[in-house]
Write a protein that binds this ligand. Structure first.
Ligand code: ATP
Ligand code: MG
Length: 210
């Protein structure tokens, strides 16, 4: 049975699509069969997937774009023969995001370390709590210097929110790989972004086990 991860965050541009696509590929590289579901009506991953078809470096991945009420049925079908199902979700806690969270074993919240992003995360955290889903924050686009990430993390911990020790830095490798329809682990295996992504994939594997 697949472990279902909803990458959700009501704040637009937090890195949901980037994290969902990269995490799906990193898990697939580890040998699992992985399905990536783009549940955002904007279908931000559609072009990425199109580009991917021309890429000999692309590892095998299944990709679907179920909308609204079709999401749970797609998950139920894919659960039987996949190790992981990764859901990219829509911003603004729309109906799709709610459905995705309800169907998930884990809600992964990418959050840029800024006060605006911190405050905007409340809605998604509340939604996950209302659905009794495990939620963890992934600090994303973390700058190389400055105290703000630590301060944001401390505030999250103070509020009782789980924050992953693994973080993703602010790295252009993500956009460069995305442009080619790839994840950083395929396009730039030696980049620091790949090291961080691999650590994230390992953390998700650990959470699957309990
Ligand atoms: N770790 C990172 N380092 C550098 N750039 C990043 C990182 N993560 C995401 N980005 C960039 O941030 C922008 C927004 O990312 P993305 O589209 O993944 O966010 P999103 O949450 O899916 O947005 P939306 O809410 O519109 O769906 C993109 O340009 C992406 O390349
Ligand atoms: Mg997106």
């Amino acid at each position: 049975m697949a472990f279902v991860v909803a990458v959700a965050q009501q704040k637009g541009g937090a890195g949901k699509s980037t994290v969902a696509a990269n995490l799906a590929v990193a898990l697939a590289m580890g040998g699992d069969r992985v399905a990536l579901l783009d549940t955002d009506p904007q279908q931000s991953l559609a072009r990425w997937w199109e580009e991917r078809a021309h890429q000999p470096r692309a590892v095998a991945l299944d990709f679907e774009t179920p909308a609204g009420w079709r999401i749970p049925a797609a998950i139920d079908r894919l659960k039987r023969n996949h190790g992981f199902i990764i859901l990219d979700t829509a911003p603004h806690a729309e109906t799709e995001a709610k459905i995705a969270i309800r169907a998930a074993d884990l809600v992964l919240l990418p959050m840029q370390p800024s006060p605006a992003d911190l405050w905007a995360s409340d809605a998604t955290l509340k939604l996950a709590a209302a659905e009794k889903r495990r939620a963890v924050v992934l600090l994303n686009r973390v700058p190389a210097s400055g105290k703000l990430p630590q301060q944001i993390q401390a505030e999250l911990v103070r509020r009782g929110v789980a924050v992953l020790a693994e973080k993703l830095g602010n790295r252009t490798a993500f956009a460069s790989a995305f442009m080619l329809g790839l994840a950083v682990c395929e396009a730039a295996p030696k980049n620091q972004a790949t090291t961080e992504l691999s650590a994230l994939a390992a953390a998700v594997r650990a959470m699957q086990k309990g």
